[in-house]
Design a binder for this molecule. Structure first.
Ligand SMILES: *Cc1c(COP(=O)(O)O)cnc(C)c1O
Length: 361
């Protein structure tokens, strides 16, 4: 069965490690003698609570989450966090947002419904090829927080540093680069992510929040959008996305068994280098983003014209690689090479790029 699998370069939902899929398959009908699948379990059962606690513990271990941070599992993906962040964390009605791509733009637009949002940087006039340097950030002194998108999935750029904010907490959307490398959680007020890129499957959002930032929300806030309430109920105010949490546990086990986030980083750097080195020496392809801001997870580039972009996508599918078409708002090619993409998949992509260049220049 595995030999028929394709290399899936989708930006999300994306590839899962084969070891994870195999374990889930093995446990599908009868999870560890419980006589049922994880999908059929009561979320209050001891079998499920073991899975839940193990997953939370592994996330804490793998990401080295300090004790003064709380981990919450929420439905609604990363997009729900665009609403929850301002609903919960706007203290004086003011917040800073850096717009470095489509998702940070959406996050800022959502926050504007609730407060006075100051845009500290907007990369739209430069096709979002760039991540601002510290000097390019117009930070306010009295912001409740600074929101950034740590990795811009659509444009293929990534923050390589954590901005200095003089005590203003940083809230980072890490949907597309969480678990790809070690991060110093203590430098953030909150980190959040949708699970379907590097953490597992759709239906689950994860938030890691510094406890002292939690506050009472306005009375009209929907219960499920209240971090404090969710944490008080340990993510089980209602039925959590139980199976997605289980898959996250399997993914974390896989990462841990390979040596953790240092090893993920090495693997990801090696894969990204292979594609970027090829792009840099080529006069046929053109990488989208500025060299110093390139994402390790989403590699975006173009061929000399739109027709060749389309031909590239079509022929790559015939060669056993899927979802290389760039996002509809950018065009071109996008290769998402998350943790689960094996090195061999990237080698195959680069060999294909070479052949395509020779045939079409
Ligand atoms: C995919 C993505 C989102 C949206 O995630 P959903 O789970 O679909 O809501 C938000 N931010 C980033 C950076 C993403 O990559």
């Amino acid at each position: 069965m595995t030999e028929k699998r394709v290399y899936n370069f989708s930006a999300g939902p994306s590839m899962l490690p084969v070891a994870v899929l195999e374990k889930a398959a093995k446990q599908m009908l009868n999870y560890e003698g419980s006589g049922m699948s994880v999908m059929e379990m009561s979320h209050r059962s001891s079998s499920y609570l073991d899975i839940f606690e193990k997953t939370k513990g592994l996330l804490k271990k793998v990401m080295n989450v300090p004790d003064n941070y709380k981990i919450v599992f929420i439905q609604g993906g990363a997009t729900q966090q665009f609403s929850m962040v301002p609903l919960n964390l706007l203290k004086n009605g003011k917040a800073d947002y850096a717009i470095t791509g489509a998702f940070s733009k959406k996050a800022a637009a959502e926050a504007k419904k609730y407060g006075d949002i100051h845009i500290v940087y907007d990369g739209s006039s430069y096709d979002f090829k760039h991540i601002p340097t510290q000097d390019e950030l117009d930070l306010s002194k009295d912001a409740s927080y600074l929101h950034i998108c740590a990795n811009n999935t659509i444009y293929g750029t990534e923050w390589k540093y954590v901005p200095e904010t003089n005590g203003v907490p940083i809230i980072a959307d890490m949907s597309s680069n969480i678990l790809s490398k070690p991060v110093d959680v203590s430098k953030y007020g909150m980190i959040y992510a949708g699970a379907q890129k590097n953490m597992g499957i759709a239906g689950l959002g994860v938030a890691i929040i510094r406890e002292d930032l939690l506050q009472d929300v306005a009375q009209t806030t929907p219960v499920l959008l209240d971090y404090k309430l969710m944490i008080k109920n340990d993510s089980m105010y209602n039925t959590p996305p139980a199976y997605a949490i289980y898959v996250l546990g399997l993914v974390l086990e896989w990462i841990d068994s390979l040596g953790g986030l240092e090893v993920m980083k090495e693997r990801n750097e090696k894969k990204a280098k292979l594609v970027y080195d090829y792009l840099d020496q080529s006069t046929f392809y053109k990488a989208h983003s500025d060299k110093e801001n390139r994402s390790l997870m989403n590699v975006t580039f173009t061929t000399p014209n739109k027709d060749l972009d389309a031909k590239f996508v079509k022929e790559s599918i015939e060669a056993g690689m899927t979802n290389l078409k760039g996002h509809r708002s950018v065009g071109g090619i996008r290769a998402s090479i998350y943790n689960a993409m094996p090195y061999e998949g990237v080698e195959k992509l680069v060999a294909f790029m070479k052949e395509f260049e020779e045939n079409n220049r």
